[in-house]
Design a protein around this ligand. Structure first.
Ligand code: DX5
Ligand code: ZN
Length: 219
């Protein structure tokens, strides 16, 4: 199983974002996790498609994993596709027609992911898992970096890994929230293969050392 380390730029220094992205990628990260919050679906406000496009215009070619915590979803999902996103995840509660939103993201040329909050049942995946490229399991309530990992997520990771295996498709299982050197091994052993970490990476002195320590825990 391929493993992916995806630093969340929510915890980066926004006054020098391009530099932060370059340094975390050259430290060995695989994807950039781009958290979009609207002060409506979640009680916080972050960055929009213009910032994604600026990173592209600045020459950043790395995989951009956009996590939309916004409602409604569809128009901004299209804007993010045009701004250079590679993968776009959204929350089912924020879309009136989940399957339609997935199609719209794919038609725009991106991979599509569905994000489940800690209280969202796995049953939302039942009729649509085949359409997805990725399932994003939140291990904190969305809205802020630096929160504590909710440990009952581990059972959910196992359940979703079984669903993915049963589907026979190549679907990534991403976990987001409270991942650090103490929690990453449990998340990996439960069946996740994409690991988002904001504060644990951008809050560390040496990004490369931290990413290497992460990899040691999941190898
Ligand atoms: C929370 C965001 C996360 C957040 C993770 O709503 O979706 O991506 O940045 O931050 P840490 O790793 O600090 O929990
Ligand atoms: Zn996120």
């Amino acid at each position: 199983m391929k493993t992916v380390i995806a630093p969340s730029i929510l915890s980066a220094n926004f006054s020098r974002l391009g530099e932060e992205v370059r340094s975390v990628m050259s430290a060995g990260a695989d994807w950039i996790h781009f958290d979009v919050m609207d002060n409506h679906y979640v009680p916080n406000l972050t960055i929009g498609p213009l910032v994604c496009k600026s990173l592209r215009d600045d020459g950043i070619k790395d995989f951009i994993d956009v996590h939309l915590m916004i409602e409604p979803v569809d128009e901004l999902a299209k804007s993010f596709a045009n701004a250079g996103a590679d993968l776009i995840s959204f929350h089912p509660e924020a879309s009136k027609h989940v399957s339609r939103t997935i199609s719209l993201i794919k038609d725009a040329g991106c991979k599509a992911g569905l994000a489940l909050n800690p209280a969202t049942p796995v049953s939302v995946l039942e009729n649509i898992i085949d359409e997805l490229d990725l399932v994003l399991l939140m291990s904190v309530n969305p809205g802020f970096g630096g929160q504590k990992f909710i440990s009952h997520t581990l059972n959910k990771i196992k359940t979703v890994r079984d669903l993915i295996n049963a589907s026979g498709k190549d679907i990534d299982l991403e976990v987001d929230g409270g991942i650090n050197l103490d929690t990453i091994a449990d998340v990996y052993n439960a069946g996740a293969n994409v690991f988002v970490a904001g504060s644990a990476i951008f809050g560390s002195e040496n990004y490369e050392e931290t990413i290497n320590d992460f990899r040691d825990k999941i190898s």
